[in-house]
Design a protein around this ligand. Structure first.
Ligand code: HEC
Length: 106
């Protein structure tokens, strides 16, 4: 088995470069969490945990209702939920959505 060290070396290089690639490409849910902490946490609570009485409990937001999420975030809702149009960009709304789908477990 003379070739074993070479294979090991190649494998190590491959694993290392994959780890680097993962670190270099930002995770949308992590970006969403940062946006959440800046803009939403005050009302919706840390890790999306709040009493769910006045501010909507985002951990329970239906996972198949992305269009409703985008609409409520961009245009606001009711008396208490501000409109975020012009504050967060459409790609950032996608990142917030990716974070909401983690249910605060990120
Ligand atoms: C000033 C307090 C406040 C802030 C800040 C806030 N929200 Fe809300 N949010 C509310 C309240 C209150 C409701 C409940 C509105 C209603 O149903 O009348 C709500 C509801 C929602 C809903 C549910 C809407 C629906 O379709 O039922 C979503 C989604 C949401 N917020 C996302 C966000 C996101 C994302 C952010 C940050 C960009 C954010 N909110 C920031 C107060 C806030």
């Amino acid at each position: 088995m003379k070739s074993t060290p070479i294979i090991l070396m190649l494998t190590t290089t491959l694993v290392a470069s994959q780890a680097f690639a993962q670190a270099a490409v930002p995770n949308p849910a992590e970006q969403g969490r940062d946006l959440y902490e800046t803009n939403c946490l005050t009302c919706h609570g840390p890790d999306m945990i709040n009493p769910g009485t006045v501010s909507y409990d985002l951990r329970k937001f239906p996972a198949d209702a992305k269009a409703r999420f985008v609409n409520s975030v961009v245009n606001g809702k009711g008396q208490g939920m501000p409109a975020w149009r012009g504050v967060v960009t459409p790609p950032e709304v996608d990142q917030l959505w990716a974070y909401v789908l983690t249910r605060g477990k990120l």
